[in-house]
Design a protein around this ligand. Structure first.
Ligand code: ATP
Ligand code: MG
Length: 335
């Protein structure tokens, strides 16, 4: 990846967009997918499959890889490349439009490509119509689907596609990416331990890591940078913090806890558990506090089998025991 000149427009551009890889060589991690795509790039265009599916967690390169596939491997021109965020066009009409227009020849070059991002949001009817499009694809048309939730796609769509599983970046890969961009963009004016801290809080999402890097680079000293990285993590977990506050409140009220739990129902329960532990570890580090100790005890083991109901039950236990515990302790609401 060469140094990108920061002209006026670019300097205002979000870092993760500015450094979105445009070739496979710049993709960090996801080696098996990159290798598989490289093999495709060595095959003649006519023998390439017509439908592809990228699945995996957010911010790890699905859209980026899909665009590289469309432009570099399927050789689609900008005129003939259509990218649709399905979240905004979930209905059958979207697919009917595609099927109506897909027979038209490309304006430039040999191929037309549709990238359907967040394709799991298509309604059931739209997915069935999509299946038909995948079945009678004209020879110049290619479809690339991308999703964080492949389980919400009808299996017949999944089976029609060449699948690529995109993975979170490991901590090492994330540090590599951050170092590379810190060098290009900021002349490496950030300490390596801060990059490592950003990598740890990024949950494997390159987008999240680069957004945090951009925010902290607006600050001057390493101490405020470290504080900003930690705050960033807390902001991400706002609903979990609301849960911690509801549990810690001197007049704990199950109705308040219940409301926050409803917001968290679809979150990863391990993420909730770790965030609760982090929050109350901070409380304990700042003072003697029996309630924080009780909460840590109740959340210290993963809820592998019980999942979200395990979290609800642990919260109820906190609520049920909190009055008793607080009789023996003088706790203030800490944050
Ligand atoms: N593997 C990677 N190597 C280098 N940069 C990456 C990688 N993955 C993501 N990025 C960076 O993160 C940004 C976001 O990636 P992308 O849009 O491809 O994620 P996504 O998987 O499609 O996420 P979502 O599910 O939220 O749509 C890119 O613009 C790029 O800067
Ligand atoms: Mg995407």
């Amino acid at each position: 990846m060469g140094r990108k000149k920061a002209n006026r427009g670019e300097s205002l551009m979000t870092l993760y967009l500015k450094y979105r890889p445009t070739c496979l060589e710049d993709i960090v991690g996801n080696c098996s997918t990159v290798e598989a795509l490289k093999s495709l790039s060595r095959m003649p265009l006519e023998s390439l499959p017509h439908s592809y599916l990228f699945s995996g967690p957010t911010g790890c390169g699905k859209t980026t890889l899909a665009r590289i596939l469309a432009k570099n491997i399927l050789q689609c021109s900008d005129f003939d490349f259509q990218e649709l965020d399905v979240a905004d066009f979930r209905g059958i009409e979207t697919i009917r439009d595609i099927r109506r227009t897909m027979t038209l020849k490309p304006l430039k070059g040999k191929t037309r490509v549709w990238l359907l991002d967040e394709c799991h949001k298509l309604t059931n009817d739209a997915q069935n119509a999509m299946l038909k499009a995948l079945e009678d694809t004209p020879s110049h048309v290619y479809f690339i689907l991308s999703t964080t939730e492949p389980n919400k796609l009808i299996p017949t769509i999944v089976n029609r596609c060449l699948r690529f599983q995109v993975h979170k970046l490991s901590r090492r890969e994330m540090i590599k990416l951050l170092k590379r961009i810190a060098k290009l963009e900021y002349n490496s004016k950030i300490e390596i331990h801060l990059l490592s801290e950003i990598a740890s809080t990024s949950e494997g999402s390159a987008r999240k890591a680069l957004t945090t890097l951009e925010k902290v680079m607006a600050l001057n000293d390493p101490e405020s940078m470290l504080k900003a990285i930690r705050e960033e993590q807390f902001n991400e977990n706002k609903s979990v913090i609301d849960l911690c506050r509801a549990l810690y409140h001197p007049q704990a009220n199950w109705e308040n806890v219940r409301k926050v739990l409803l917001d968290l129902e679809n979150e990863d329960h391990e993420k909730i558990r770790k965030a609760v532990l982090g929050y109350f570890a901070n409380v304990l580090m700042s003072k003697h506090d029996m309630l924080a100790h009780l909460i840590i005890q109740l959340f210290k083991e993963p809820f592998y089998d019980s999942g979200f109901p395990g979290i609800v039950s642990a919260c109820f236990e906190v609520f049920a025991q909190s009055k008793e515990v607080m009789k023996h302790d003088n706790s203030d609401v800490p944050y």
